[in-house]
Design a protein around this ligand. Structure first.
Ligand code: DOR
Length: 425
């Protein structure tokens, strides 16, 4: 195993120091380290962060390998600075059995670019009718701890209660896609002034807020852990604030696109901006940013949702919802939060690792810690060219935008997955 001596790096925004990586761990830190056998990387001007952890990634395998595979998504993740991703269950077949989650987990190990932690479905086939084999998935080699029907809401309150109760036995968490389905029938975009102007059926904020309110009460009632996927409205933030003040064990994520883009994008009719939940108003964006800074929203999660060209480049009404996210998330966070490195490390690495129970991730580089880390050049600016992305899909909403920050290197257990901004394999 090659040793690496990273010179002059700012660890999470601190004063420049050296990091020696050997045998999969950070062996030493401090100024002026020497290690004759090590490969030296000059990291002057770069910031080292604990490897990013994404709690919400769609890898599409099995079933839609034309849009993404575990390997291509893993490569996109590593290039985005990630060392671990949680793979959503809405594959084909659905990841609702030990067999499928083990398959995804094994494919992740074979790709070897990030740790792929499968998420299991809450209900069989995501149909919202019967609980899936939660215990069997938890006991499998994939050791599933997060369960989600993401893409669909667990709308039945009795089933949601059962799921919350069930996962307590192994300290699991239910990650809810909060969308009251009766309130969003036929919805195409955020319900508001822009949808009225465009004549498109609206997805009202209350459809999200009503489910979050219900589920924090259920989680409180049964004493279970609840996680809310892709929070998108100011009202949801208020419900979460209230629940957290009561001590409910609820955590929440926001996506980079909900932190940056608004429903005005729909006026282009470009389906690249179609996403679920939809882009909201500028007031919602402001509330989400404040909640993220404050901690009412715990983490940034990408909801990386690759889609094949034919599913995206069509009429708005027929396009699938979803956007790419892994290769641009850190840049969006830097754009939105500025160089608040400790906050970025907390929201994009430490907290998601804690929620997912990924013990070897989310740890700041320090002696003895597994060398899962990423090096960022905060001064770099790059133009996003869809054709240059490692994802198999091209549905980025940031095409040809100039974004701050560049991932220079990523290390997984001491081995580089990205060097000089390029994937190593
Ligand atoms: O926009 C979305 N796309 N939202 C979801 O909840 C699911 C995802 C997908 O799987 O494409």
């Amino acid at each position: 195993m090659t040793a690496y001596l990273i010179r002059n790096v700012s660890v999470v925004g601190g004063a420049p120091t050296d990091l020696l990586i050997r045998d999969g761990v950070v062996a030493e830190t401090g100024a002026g380290l020497t290690a004759p056998d090590a490969t030296v990387l000059d990291a002057t001007g770069l910031v080292a962060l604990p490897g990013l952890v994404d709690l919400h990634t769609h890898l599409r395998e099995p079933g839609r390998e034309d849009a993404e595979t575990v390997e291509s998504g893993s490569r996109a993740a590593a290039l985005g600075g990630y060392t671990a991703v949680c793979a959503m269950a809405n594959t084909s077949p659905v990841a609702d059995t030990a067999g499928v989650v083990e398959q995804v987990w094994r494919l992740g190990r074979e790709a070897g670019l990030v740790d792929v932690q499968p998420i299991g479905a809450v209900t069989v086939g995501l149909a919202g009718e019967r609980l899936a084999e939660l215990g069997a998935m938890a006991d499998s080699a994939a050791r599933v701890r997060i369960f989600s029907d993401d893409g669909h809401c667990v709308a039945d309150p009795k089933l949601m209660r059962r799921a919350l109760e069930y996962v307590k036995a192994f300290d699991g968490v239910i990650a809810q896609h909060a969308e009251e389905p009766r309130l969003t029938e036929g919805a195409q975009m955020h319900e508001g002034e822009v949808s009225t102007r465009l004549g498109l059926t609206g997805w009202p904020a209350v459809a999200e807020e009503a489910i979050i309110a219900r589920d924090v009460l259920l989680a409180e009632h049964v004493g279970s852990r609840l996680h809310i996927c892709h929070v998108s409205t100011a009202g949801s933030v208020e419900v979460l604030r209230h629940a957290k003040a009561r001590g409910v064990k609820v955590t929440a994520e926001v996506t980079p696109h909900h932190l940056l883009l608004t429903d005005e994008k729909a006026t282009t009719y470009d389906p690249v901006y179609k996403v679920n939940p939809p882009l909201r108003t500028a007031a919602d964006v402001a509330a989400l940013r404040a909640a993220l800074a404050e901690g009412v929203i715990d983490i940034v999660a990408t909801d990386h949702a690759p889609h094949a060209v034919e599913d995206k480049e069509c009429e708005w009404a027929y396009a699938r919802p979803g956007m790419l996210g892994l290769e641009t998330a850190l840049s969006i966070a830097l754009d939105v939060l500025g160089p608040q490195w400790d906050l970025i490390a907390e929201r994009m690495s430490r907290a998601p690792a804690r929620i997912a129970g990924l013990d070897s991730h989310g740890l700041d580089p320090a002696p003895g810690v597994p060398a899962n880390l990423t090096l960022v050049d905060p001064a770099a600016r790059r133009v996003i060219e869809p054709a240059e992305l490692a994802s198999r899909s091209r549905n980025t909403p940031y095409a040809r935008m100039t974004l701050p920050g560049r991932i220079v290197a990523t290390f997984l257990r001491g081995e580089p997955t990205v060097l000089d901004g390029k994937a190593v394999k």
